[in-house]
Design a protein around this ligand. Structure first.
Ligand SMILES: [Zn+2]
Length: 424
């Protein structure tokens, strides 16, 4: 099968799309025919390489994907062939002291698909049953692939770790990014007053569209000053920070007394300065968070599904930034790490034209040609006969006219068959 892969760490030039061995389906695994995958900042970190990250190469990256179940291992009980599923990348042992308490993200052997072990940016992926969630019919592939990692991460940060309450003030940094845009929506849904930072008028508008009451352009103004001014010098109750070094001081400075800073990442660097006096005098809490429990994941994704049902569409308005180039074409460009205002670049690993119709074994395009052929022969032929008249029957050379309306029909039918044979 084909997969995104890299043989060594580095820039986007290390990323290739090519042949890898087909995945082996273990007893507890489900083989997924991947329809879409999503790029997270985590993927960029994995590509660049991190201390303590010792990967077998070539490494197939990717923590987010969605697709159709095509095979199940002998011990799989919850999924069948044909089920629509999305990948949830956190893997836990189920047996350590934390797992026995149900707090799986604290598992002593916790690891992430695509980061520590082979990922899912491939045509097919063998994924443990516990790492799959069902995808409702009303959710399109791109949204299903883009939602799990960032929405469950933001859910645990806000609900499990920071324990937000309705009426609290929550500041979300980088509100147009993956975790940021999920955090804005989850906090707003929980009844918090959401402050959001972003770096352009378009991103600020977007933050407001998805629930932020106060959008702050951090390139124009000091966001901590702005937050303090907005709140009568009080500050906010919770800051969601995934930026790290560049924002850490100002995040702490944005907090009210007794406030909580919750972090899940350090995209700008991991060794910030901390003003310890501010920490103890204002009695602040610094909370770390990563991924979520299956329960948190379920609640976060249920929220995405409800939102889609209310919106009456298969695509969340906040997940619309669909892929430019497909992985097959320009994986390097795709893997640049999106700076798009509407968060992450998504990718479709399969050329949609390869999605054969299960029922007839004929692609949609081939079916259209055949239908067109039937319409042409069914409508044009009688029409032609009506115009030429019944005299054309059985009268020598005029018989050949009968073939005229059939020519386009035969051509279209032939194209249909050719298309089906070529599997397009
Ligand atoms: Zn464990």
């Amino acid at each position: 099968m084909q997969a995104v892969q890299f043989a060594g760490h580095g820039g986007t030039e290390v990323v290739e799309y090519g042949e890898v061995p087909d995945p082996e389906v273990g007893r507890g695994d489900v083989l997924v025919d991947v329809k879409a995958g999503a790029l997270n900042h985590l993927d960029v970190w994995t590509r660049r390489g991190m201390p303590q990250l010792d990967l077998a190469t070539p490494h197939v990256p990717g923590s987010d994907a969605a697709g159709v179940v095509v095979e199940t291992g002998a011990d799989v009980t919850r999924f069948d062939e044909g089920d629509r599923v999305a990948v949830s990348a956190g893997v836990f042992c189920g047996d350590c002291e934390f797992c026995r308490d149900g707090d799986y993200p604290l598992c002593t052997s916790f690891h992430v698909l695509g980061e520590h072990v082979p990922g899912v940016h491939s045509e097919y992926a063998a994924v443990p049953e516990d790492n799959l969630v069902p995808v409702p019919e009303n959710v399109d592939w791109e949204t299903a692939a883009a939602a799990p990692l960032v929405f469950q991460t933001a859910w645990r940060m806000l609900h499990t770790r920071a324990d937000i309450e309705a009426g609290e003030k929550v500041l979300v940094l980088g509100a147009s990014g993956g975790v940021g845009h999920a955090a804005v929506q989850i906090a707003a849904h929980a009844g918090a007053e959401v402050y959001a930072t972003a770096s352009s008028p378009e991103k600020l508008r977007y933050a407001e569209e998805i629930g932020a009451e106060h959008a702050i352009d951090y390139t124009e103004t000091d966001f901590a000053d702005e937050v303090r001014a907005h709140t009568g010098k009080r500050g906010v109750d919770v800051v969601v920070d995934h930026v790290g070094e560049a924002t850490w001081s100002d995040s702490l400075r944005s907090l009210a007394k007794g406030g909580r800073l919750v972090t899940c990442g350090a995209t700008s660097g991991g060794r910030p300065e901390t003003h310890v006096q501010r920490l103890f005098w204002n009695q602040l809490s610094v909370l770390g968070s990563t991924m979520a429990t299956p329960g948190g994941r379920r609640r976060a994704l249920a929220g995405v599904g409800r939102h889609l049902r209310r919106a009456g569409s298969g695509r969340a308005p906040d997940e619309r930034d669909r892929a430019g180039p497909r992985a097959t074409g320009e994986p390097g460009g795709l893997w640049e790490g999106s700076r798009n205002p509407r968060q992450r670049t998504l990718m479709v690993t399969h050329d949609p034209r390869e999605d054969h119709d299960d029922a007839g074994g004929m692609s949609e395009r081939a079916q259209w040609f055949v239908v067109a052929a039937l319409v042409v022969s069914g409508v044009l032929a009688p029409l032609y006969l009506y115009v030429v008249g019944p005299g054309s029957f059985g009268l020598g050379y005029r018989d050949t006219y009968l073939a005229v309306p059939m020519i386009p029909a035969v051509l279209l039918g032939a194209i249909g068959v050719w298309t089906a044979v070529r599997g397009q």
